[in-house]
Structure formats: C-alpha cells, structure tokens
Design a protein around this ligand. Structure first.
Ligand code: GTP
Ligand code: MG
Length: 373
C-alpha cells in the first residue's frame, strides 16, 4: 500500500515552545545551529519526521517565532497541510501569534490545531484567564470555535493525546496530488564536496525520480537529478508532501538559492509582472501609496517590487479585497492561484495576502486599454 505524505508546520510567538513541542512529538531537536544553541532561539527552519503506526509519511517543519525571521516562517509554512499554532500559557496571545495567524489565513492554510504549551508554568486560575483571552482573540477569525490542546512539552503531559489528534486530523485531509508536473520550491541549497550542488525543499506538487531531467526557475537552466534523499535515507523517488534533498548534476549553487523552483514542465518561464487579488489584513493600520515598495513572499521566495493599484492612489486600512499589479525587481516562477503574502518594504509591516490571478500580466497601460475596448 502506498504511503500518504503530509507536512505539518509550526507557528507562534518567539519562545512559546514550538521547538520543544517538536522535540516532544518526534524526539528531534530542530535547533541545530551553534547560534541557535547560544541564543536559545530558532533562526532557520528545522525538520523532523513524525514516526507513526498509521502508514502516514509525516514531516514536521519548525519555524522561528522572532519577527526578524518572518521570511523563514513564511517559506516554512508555504507547503504545509496542517499547522500547529503554539501559544504559551504563561504569556498568552502575543504580536507574532496574531501575525502568524494572519499569515496562515492569507496563505489559505485553514487546517490549524491550537496548542497551549507550558501549562505547568501557570496555576488553574491563570490558565482559565488565558483560555478566555484566547477564545476572545479567535472570535470573528477563521479559527473561531477551534478546540485547543493543552500540553507541557517538557514532562510530555498531553503529548500523546495531541499526537493521536494530529494523526486523526491528517487522515481526514486530502493528500497532495502526486500527478501533474513537479513543483519543488527550494528552501536550502549548499555544496557538498565530492557530490556537488544539493537543494532541499518540500515537493508541493507531482513527483521526482533519480535520473530525471528538470528545469530550474527563474533562470530556466536544465539539470539532471543525481540522487535523492528523504530524511537522510536514499530513495529513488519523492512525492508531493515529502521533504527531499536533491543532488543535481552541472548546477551552480548561485542558480538554486532559496526561492528557486525545480520543475519538470518544459514550457514555462518566470515573470516579473503579476496581477493579484489581495485580502488586506486587519493588522495593517498605516497606508501605502501608489507604486510603494513592497516585499512579496510566495513559495520559498521573497522578492522586492512595487505595487500598482488599479482603482486607487492609496491603500488605507479597513479595506477588504482589492486588485493590484506587482512589478517585481527580479523574475519569479508563480502559478495561477498561487498564494502569497505581501508586506510593506520599510518599515516592514504585513499588508495582507491572497492569490495570483495572472502570473504573466500585461503592462498596466495595456490592461487599461484592453478594458476600455
Ligand atoms: N516548563 C516548560 N517549559 C517549556 C515548555 N515548552 C517550552 N519550554 C521552554 O521554553 C523555552 C523556549 O522554548 P522553545 O521551544 O525554544 O521556543 P520556540 O517557540 O521554539 O522559540 P523560537 O523558535 O525562538 O520562536 C525553552 O527553554 C523550553 O525548554 C513547556 O511546555 N513547559
Ligand atoms: Mg524554536
């Protein structure tokens, strides 16, 4: 019987116990870097397999909570099936709890389980207050009415119940389509002496085999798959939903930075002008003018550019859905309906998110001319 492949992503404020929770669930410490150990914070994405007896192939992605590392957070959750929104009982809802919640919402990641950690750090009275505060925060959001799991990750109280609920939830979700062309956004790349260029990422669509010819976007160069690993095990094929490390023949490291995409679809190219449907976040409370500099996050890439509104000269808060064009500083490979997050370039602030409605957009003047015909 074929295994089903799923990826779970963590989300939540700094120090709220995401890495400790991953450790309690998987026995893997995802804070591997020396700097992470010294500063006692997560900086990079961390990965761990969730071993289970249900024949499900489950990967967990741990993300940093610090607001400075939001880019890593967005790229980490961009390819997940289920998220665990972590809130520490001794602090309750904090700024990145809300920001991460909005990021999940705008990326269309609505399968979320809420986990209250550090319950050993509070008494029953404070726990009741935190539950009420959380309930108030979630009211009116896409997470209204969600049940909440309570754990102490250090003593593992509540972990086996959470583990069981996670597996039951995954079984109720549709697995990602393994048919269709390959989409593998790169989240790490490095050079390994004697082997060459290696990339890591989560396959979001399709599958990939050893020996297969692939294309690297945005630059369009061709390469061949020399070898594949899934969590340090050599494999012949990887499928949508799985983590993969891919050894590539004849590829410069510079061509496969985080944000590049591997595909086996020949007839495609990158674009630097895209039309978007943008849902404005309730956290956006300043205003931006026509052609303001923005940061686009989609897949694992982060690209600067300008926003051009179709119907206004300024975007104010309290808007719902608007349509706009992004003119990007570098070309990007995106698909129609692909989800994204939009942030103001300086000072950095979440504007909102939505989906790409036209990956190869016309110059705005051409669009206006076409509309007036
Ligand atoms: N007592 C207790 N301590 C916890 C629990 N969860 C986490 N901690 C501790 O809280 C501290 C922060 O936990 P982390 O898991 O590193 O927090 P994080 O959310 O991964 O932090 P960032 O990745 O930097 O955002 C560590 O010292 C953990 O051991 C818990 O349930 N109970
Ligand atoms: Mg961490």
């Amino acid at each position: 019987m074929n295994k089903q492949h799923y990826t779970i992503g963590l989300a939540g404020h700094i120090d709220h116990g995401k890495t400790e929770l991953v450790k309690a669930l998987t026995n893997v410490d995802t804070d591997r870097l020396k700097e992470e150990k010294e500063r006692k914070i997560s900086i990079e994405l961390g990965y761990a397999p969730l071993i289970n007896e249900d024949n499900l192939n489950v990967s967990i992605i741990d993300v940093p909570g610090h607001e400075k590392f939001i880019r890593q957070m967005i790229s980490g959750v961009s390819s997940i099936d289920l998220s665990l929104l972590v809130i520490a009982a001794n602090e309750g809802v904090m700024p990145q709890t809300l920001e991460h919640m909005e990021i999940l919402n705008h990326l269309g990641l609505h399968d979320v389980m809420i986990v209250l950690t550090k319950i050993d750090q509070v008494d029953e009275e404070l726990l009741t207050m935190v539950r009420e505060d959380l309930n108030d925060t979630l009211t009116g959001t896409f997470l209204e009415g969600q049940s909440c799991f309570e754990v102490d990750s250090v003593s593992k109280k509540g972990i086996s119940q959470l583990n069981e609920a996670i597996l039951n939830k995954l079984k109720s979700l549709n697995s990602r389509p393994t048919e269709g062309h390959l989409v593998l956004p790169v989240d790490q790349s490095f050079h390994l002496h004697g082997i060459g260029t290696i990339i890591r990422g989560t396959v979001t669509q399709g599958s990939l085999r050893v020996g297969e010819k692939i294309y690297l976007l945005p630059n369009g160069s061709k390469a061949q798959v020399k070898g594949l690993h899934h969590f340090n095990q050599p494999v012949n094929e990887v499928f949508a939903g799985q983590r993969a490390a891919v050894a590539l023949n004849n590829v410069d490291l510079a061509d496969v930075n985080r944000g590049a995409v591997l595909t086996n679809y020949a007839n495609t190219t990158a674009s630097s002008r895209i039309d978007i449907e943008l849902n404005v976040s309730f956290l956006f409370n300043s205003s931006i003018k026509q052609r303001a500099p923005i940061k686009l996050h989609t897949g694992t890439s982060e690209i600067y550019g300008k926003v051009i509104f179709f119907d206004r000269n300024r975007l104010e808060p309290d808007e719902d859905v608007i349509y706009a064009q992004l003119v990007l500083d570098q070309p990007i490979y995106v698909l129609k309906d692909q989800r994204f997050i939009l942030r103001r370039a300086t000072p950095v602030e979440l504007i909102g998110g939505g989906k790409v409605i036209e990956p190869f957009a016309n110059n705005i003047h051409t669009t206006k001319r076409l509309l007036s015909c």
